[in-house]
Design a protein around this ligand. Structure first.
Ligand SMILES: Nc1ncnc2c1ncn2[C@@H]1O[C@H](COP(=O)(O)OP(=O)(O)OP(=O)(O)O)[C@@H](O)[C@H]1O
Ligand SMILES: [Mg+2]
Length: 262
């Protein structure tokens, strides 16, 4: 199962991605959670202690590794040729961090993109890596992404089994979801669904559904102070009893996904 999670800023992508990853982990699956957000914070939602999370170096900052694999050191690439197909098979194992419930976390970090399609050794390495991970058969891979899909190359996008767009009740959020949905069609992602998060009452969810007609709703998650408390305490929702309601909702989502993809 290869699942990408996208949506507008702050809607709950990281919360959903990290909880989902651990719930899959608890089922005994081999799970790789990829933090592909330029402002990485998936480690905290996964439940890694802050001291450990702060020690993780995002791959895009590993200048030696990037140079070794692409042939060019970041920042010196202007006008230089570098390998577009660097060796990446061992990177997840070597640089992934083991988190709770057996989930492996890989933090990619920022690709500083210069206009259309960034062309630098960092991005060449990350792109090749994500493509490799998505095409690997045995693992559950969950990508916690920023809103756009631009940095997913076509080959990578087509390897995704499911794109989940997290939305919150509000037209700005559903607008972004519609854009992402269009992009995903262009990229050849076959299955797209939404998760409606931060739902205060059922009428809000209905409005969102109407707004996103034609896109499958895979789950709803209540507005939950417990999630805010977990975040404030630096805890994963799974390690905070006050967030049990939301965890249950995300477990329902997990079941829907398994059904959909099996
Ligand atoms: N259902 C909910 N009810 C209340 N608060 C929530 C809910 N879901 C997420 N939050 C809170 O909203 C904030 C943003 O969540 P999260 O970091 O998961 O969003 P994100 O989409 O990954 O954000 P970013 O775009 O910055 O990566 C967090 O403080 C989180 O605890
Ligand atoms: Mg996030």
């Amino acid at each position: 199962m290869k699942i990408a999670i996208s949506g507008k800023g702050g809607v709950g992508k990281t919360t959903v991605a990290a909880v989902l990853a651990r719930l899959f982990g608890r089922e005994g699956r081999d799970v790789l959670l990829v933090d592909a957000d330029p402002a990485p914070n998936t480690a905290s939602a996964l439940g890694l202690p802050r001291e450990r999370a702060e020690k993780i170096t995002p791959l895009c900052e590993m200048a030696d590794l990037i140079e070794e694999r692409t042939g060019v050191r970041p920042g010196t690439s202007y006008g230089q040729m570098f390998r577009l197909n660097p060796r990446v098979e061992d990177i997840a194992e070597k640089f992934g961090v083991k988190g709770q419930d057996g989930v492996h976390l890989l933090v990619l970090g920022t690709i500083k993109s210069a206009g259309q399609g960034c062309f630098c050794p960092e991005s060449a390495l990350l792109k090749a890596l994500v493509k490799h991970l998505v095409l690997r058969k045995e693992q559950v891979v969950i990508l916690d992404m920023e809103a756009g899909l631009e940095h997913l190359g076509r080959g990578t996008a087509q390897g995704m089994d499911l794109l989940i767009m997290v939305v919150e009740p509000g037209l700005r959020s559903t607008g972004v979801a519609r854009q992402i949905s269009r992009m995903s069609r262009d990229l050849g992602i076959t299955r797209v669904g939404v998760v409606i998060n931060k739902v205060g009452d059922p009428a809000q969810a209905e409005l969102v559904e109407r707004e996103l007609e034609g896109i499958a709703v895979l789950g709803t998650i209540p507005r939950d102070e417990g999630l805010v408390e977990a975040d404030l305490g630096g805890l994963s929702p799974l390690d905070h009893p006050g967030a049990a309601r939301s965890v249950e909702a995300i477990d329902e989502l997990r079941k829907r996904i398994v059904k959909l993809l099996s």
